[in-house]
Design a protein around this ligand. Structure first.
Ligand SMILES: [Cu+2]
Length: 495
């Protein structure tokens, strides 16, 4: 017979047992920080050849159960590709999945045919050759699936990796740049798991509306890793690779760090900060001084006064439902660092900003979500046109905008909804020129994603590259992947 004491014990044991929870919360048995393998390709002069194999595999993410995952040249996530400005890139992609997919080069200026968006699907067992010259400065970019209506699911499964560009300026700045030694990719994603260890995508219709958020945070595919640092100054290339979660990143000991780069590359000057906000698909590079030999934890946590003022209705709803709003991301173990000779430069690069006087056209994009019963019904029935831009849901057969190659335009993005939307434009790096809040930190740099807050209007200044192709469109869309998949996307051609 189960005594009351035994009963209480068993309940406690049940509550405490899942190891992944213990690890996630207390770093009880630390996982090692994983650095994605570096792929430099086969080089012949300026020509660089990459062979990428999109594959399915099995990964040990949780203790005791394995997870079916997707990856690029490895079972889960993509290898890090690295090349130089001026290189001619030739990527030979093979799809070894049983599903059609694509590989999109996020943040890279390139011909529309090489972009890897919904117009360049790769069927199972097929190959796709993407070729482009790198015409932009050093930056931390990334690549991911962009399959029509399936981007959310496919990125969630693991189809995402980092693409690093170097140039002469970045190499001569004496910044930490030894990959895996003092220079680390940090791909942050949030996942949910089923009992059998498989990824749990779409638990309910709310995920479709608000975007899929998971309760377990992974860094480069690992839960709560500890990075044993060897140098006293480290560079973190942080990518928010999550489908929908926005992170407010800061250290538990409130240490300051320097933001040195945004989506499109280095800032003009390092910016001191103690926190940074990154929406899905945004990147930032930060330098962290760990010469004190301590063990700081990078976490996702809003400041008290901010969280009180800025907590959106949606977030309130989530808190009420008992969903976690704060997470430890990973820990740096600086107990055995050796002194780094790296000093933080006062100046980094000079930006070639497009001039406001050369604006040839202004376009307005209204981001719209249907509210009320229509939305609920649509979401539950799996409708793919719940979300709109300028009154239209994405139609792959419709060109929404025609842009002149080489022109400078002002794009005004107006969020008419109650939740924030990170707006992404393919083939460009733009500057944010006006927004309701102060433009600061990484937002001072070149961007390919801008977070547009509820009821906010943001203006961005864009100089379009010279590539033109009247037949093949590029995308602009919300980078909450479920929003993209459910219609908040449009197409433009450059002629
Ligand atoms: Cu959105």
């Amino acid at each position: 017979m189960l005594t009351r004491r035994r009963f209480v014990q068993s309940i406690l044991a049940f509550a405490i047992l899942p190891k992944q929870l213990l690890q996630a919360k207390g770093f009880l048995s630390p996982n090692a920080f994983q650095v994605p393998p570096l792929e430099l390709g086969r080089r012949s002069g300026k020509d660089v050849y990459f062979d990428l194999d999109i594959q399915s595999g099995v990964s040990q993410i949780l203790p005791n159960v394995s997870t079916k995952t997707w990856g690029i040249n490895q079972p889960f996530l993509g290898v890090t590709l690295r090349a130089n400005k001026g290189d001619s890139i030739h990527v030979n992609v093979t799809n070894n999945l049983h599903k059609t997919t694509t590989l999109h080069w996020h943040g890279i200026k390139l011909p529309a045919k090489a972009d890897g968006g919904p117009h360049q699907p790769i069927k199972p067992a097929q190959k796709w050759l993407s070729e482009f010259d790198i015409i932009q400065p050093a930056a931390s970019l990334w690549y991911h699936s962009h399959q029509m209506h399936k981007t959310g699911e496919q990125v969630y499964q693991g189809l995402a990796g980092m693409f690093i560009i170097d140039d002469d300026i970045s190499k001569n700045l004496s910044l930490p740049s030894e990959y895996g030694v003092d220079d680390f990719p940090v791909i942050i994603q949030d996942k949910d798991f089923n009992q059998d260890g498989s990824f749990k995508y779409f638990s309910d219709f709310r995920d479709k509306l608000m975007g899929k958020k998971g309760e377990t945070i992974l860094v480069n595919g690992v839960i709560s890793p500890v990075l044993k640092a060897r140098k006293s100054m480290i560079r973190l290339r942080i990518l928010n690779g999550s489908n929908a979660r926005i992170y407010h990143l800061n250290f538990d000991d409130k240490r300051m760090f320097h933001i040195i780069a945004s989506d499109g590359g280095l800032l003009e000057k390092p910016v001191m900060a103690h926190s940074i906000k990154l929406a899905p698909a945004e990147r930032a590079e930060i330098l962290v001084d760990i010469s004190d030999g301590k063990m700081p934890i990078l976490r996702h946590k809003m400041h008290m006064q901010k969280s009180a003022n800025r907590m959106s209705g949606m977030m309130m709803m989530q808190s009420i439902q008992g969903k976690k709003q704060e997470f430890d991301i990973f820990q740096i173990d600086a107990r055995s660092v050796s002194t780094s000779d790296k000093k933080i430069p006062d100046n980094l690069v000079k930006h070639d900003n497009p001039s406001v006087r050369s604006i040839s056209k202004k376009r307005v994009f209204k981001l719209q979500m249907q509210m009320g019963p229509q939305l609920m019904f649509g979401a539950m029935s799996g409708s793919t046109d719940l979300l709109k831009i300028n009154g239209k849901s994405m139609n792959i057969n419709r060109i929404d905008e025609v842009v002149k190659a080489g022109s400078v335009e002002l794009w005004e993005i107006e969020n008419t909804s109650m939740m924030p939307h990170p707006f992404h434009i393919h083939n460009v790096q733009f500057k944010i020129v006006t927004r309701q809040s102060k433009i600061k930190g990484h937002e001072l740099g070149f961007k390919d994603v801008v977070l547009v807050r509820p009821h906010e209007t943001v203006q961005v200044l864009i100089k379009f590259p010279q590539f033109s192709d009247a037949k093949t469109p590029y995308m602009y869309h919300c980078h909450i992947l479920e929003h993209e998949d459910h219609g908040m996307m449009g197409q433009f051609v450059v002629v």
